[in-house]
Design a protein. Structure first.
Length: 222
């Protein structure tokens, strides 16, 4: 079949035939590369969600295609994450140690979801106006704590600092509630599989380009 097409081209316009073949090759390579990169991006996003790290982090995976708005035999795609350090930590599994202080503070389930101004909760932005001051509790053979005292269980769940003078005087119905666990370091287990996804993408690139060759039609070029 290839020989028949070449013979037909020799009888017609060989130069136009070669331009059409080159145009087809450029479009097939460009489409194959860009489609494979899109598949990788979606696979990496799905991997983040499967690892329990949430949709917000999954959407940090982005894609840029080259050349933009054109085709090329040298087409390329760049798949990257805007949260490189965080993704790398869960992709490799790392040990996180405290920096300037002795402990890492990890919020307990009883702690509020957000700190002051809606920022990620930490001892520095803990809403003491609602819960009262944090108090350090040292545990010699276990995990030390930051706790708040004089807490009353709220009807809708959680706790709040009691304002009742009698309760504060007697301690009746009040609780001391742990808000942070204090640990010297934590080990993040590996949750992602970026290397396997990237390797699978490279192994399937040739077949993606070949599929594009078989589905694209030649354009009549002048």
């Amino acid at each position: 079949m290839r020989r028949a097409r070449i013979e037909a081209a020799l009888e017609g316009d060989l130069e136009r035939y070669m331009r059409e073949e080159l145009d087809l090759a450029k479009r097939a390579v460009t489409q194959g590369v860009h489609r494979r990169a899109t598949a990788v991006k979606h696979a990496l996003r799905a991997d983040v969600i499967a690892g329990g790290l949430g949709r917000r982090l999954s959407k940090s995976w982005q894609q840029e295609n080259y050349p933009k708005g054109d085709t090329s035999l040298n087409a390329a795609s760049y798949v990257f994450t805007k949260a490189e350090k965080l993704v790398a930590a869960f992709d490799e599994g790392v040990t996180i140690r405290s920096g300037n202080s002795k402990y890492l503070a990890i919020p307990t389930p009883s702690a509020p979801k957000k700190g002051l101004k809606g920022d990620r909760l930490s001892p520095a932005n803990f809403p003491e106006h609602r819960y009262g001051p944090l108090r350090f509790v040292y545990v010699r053979s276990g995990t030390s704590l930051l706790v708040v005292d004089n807490q009353r269980a709220a009807k809708k769940g959680g706790y709040a600092l009691s304002r009742n003078k009698k309760s504060l005087r007697t301690g009746s119905g009040l609780h001391t509630v742990p808000m942070f666990w204090l640990v010297p370091q934590v080990r993040l287990r590996r949750r992602l599989n970026s290397d396997k996804i990237e390797a699978a993408a490279l192994s399937g690139l040739a077949s993606e380009i070949d599929a594009a060759f078989n589905t694209l039609s030649r354009r009549r070029l002048r």
